[in-house]
Ligand binder design. Structure first.
Ligand code: SF4
Ligand code: SF4
Length: 64
C-alpha cells in the first residue's frame, strides 16, 4: 500500500470504463461502482494512499 497522505481521489467519470480495479484494490471500502462508473461512497475512510490511482488503467483517478 502507498503511504498515507492528505490527498484524496477525484474521479473523471468520462474516462472511467467501470472495470472495478480501483474498487478491488482499495482496502478501506471508499469506492464502489454506480451505474458502471467509479464513485466515492465514503471519503471519510480514505487514507490518501493513492493505490486506486496507481491501479486505474486509464488514469481516471487523480490524487489532489
Ligand atoms: S487513496 Fe487509498 S484509501 Fe483512498 S480511495 Fe484510493 S485506494 Fe482507497
Ligand atoms: S480503475 Fe479506473 S477505469 Fe476502472 S473503475 Fe476505477 S476509475 Fe474506473
Amino acid at each position: 500500500m502507498g503511504e498515507e497522505s492528505d490527498k484524496r481521489p477525484t474521479i473523471d467519470a468520462d474516462e472511467c470504463t467501470g472495470c472495478g480495479l480501483c474498487v478491488d484494490v482499495c482496502e478501506h471500502e471508499v469506492l464502489d461502482l454506480t451505474d458502471d462508473v467509479c464513485t466515492i461512497i465514503d471519503v471519510e475512510k480514505c487514507v490518501g494512499c493513492g493505490d486506486c490511482s496507481e491501479e486505474c488503467p486509464v488514469e481516471a483517478i487523480t490524487m489532489e
